[in-house]
Design a protein around this ligand. Sequence first.
Ligand code: SAH
Length: 377
Amino acid sequence: MESPPSERTNLLGLERPALEAFVAALGSKPFRARQLMNWIYKRGTASFADMSDLAKEFRALLEAQAEVRPPEIAGVHTSSDGTRKWLLRADAAQAFEMVFIPEPDRGTLCISSQVGCALDCSFCATAQQGFNRNLSSAEIVGQVWLAARELEAAEGAVAGASRDERRVTNVVLMGMGEPLANFRNVVPALRILVDDFGFDLSRRRVTLSTSGLVPQIYKLAEETNVALAVSLHAPDDALRSELVPINRKHPIAELLEACWFYLDEQNGRSVTFEYVMLGGVNDSPAQARALARLLKGHPAKVNLIPFNPFPGTRYRRSPPEAIQRFRDELLQRGVLATVRRTRGDDIAAACGQLAGRVIDRTTVRLGSKVIGVAVHP
Ligand code: SAH
């Protein structure tokens, strides 16, 4: 049974100024917001009763009017490589996913920003599900809060794992959805991630990945300074429009201009360009050279992602030699390039495999054609 919608304010969605206003409206001093955040984010508690340095009456008011409620877990899968995927409930019928990737020197949490996606990229499993709705700020922040708690609870279970492998040191918005299409809810969530009273993550350890919503990249530059990743996937407009349909609206030249602007504004080090390696489609040495021409001389890094197949896809992964060759072509031309190690593919937790459970209520797909209302049971 789905629990009835709550009347109480979910504090996980309030960035510090909003929480201060909320606290003030309850008749308390704004600095209490910082105490609250300390309990919620540093100590990971959801229980107002436990917040012992807050006055009893204030706690009672909070109890009545507020809550700390992360998304509900609908399922957990652990990969043979230690990657963990949680299926989280969006409502009675729908779910979205988050993935934790442990590495010796870091623990990366990949979170979702929407239930489904409207961008319709041809090689992505989420796109096939269609789009249902935006996640709220509380649902976005709640993923990180929940993962931190889950990992702590499981601590004893992963013998021999380093401390960084067991906690969230990095957050990437690379799960389901297009974060910049949910700008209004994503920005407060980013602020809570980097706030010293929130999760206190360094801005370089929070990465927003976008398929290239150019106007929103400019807007983002005004609002935050987190790291930017861009899903490029092709060195020319004809191919990119086929793979990432939003390119028809915002072609490569415009997109790159927005990226360099973002970096300048943010004093950032570099933009990461994601490039999914699709056998026989975008992985030739000539395409690598074309990509190098686009990026050479700019503060760019290319992250080559071996394509992760999913049921029904028409693409296949580039062979390892093609990926190596592609990388070498870039490196020889002075463009930094790495190959992303595929993790969690045995539990469909690898990039682009997150499908969740989405009831498509799209009428217009962003960047693509009108497809009418499709409802998948
Ligand atoms: N909408 C955002 C973030 C989600 S996708 C974006 O497009 O950037 C996160 C990354 O996974 C993107 O670079 C995306 O292109 C890539 N991806 C999608 N499907 C994939 C697949 N099947 N195999 C490998 N990478 C994929």
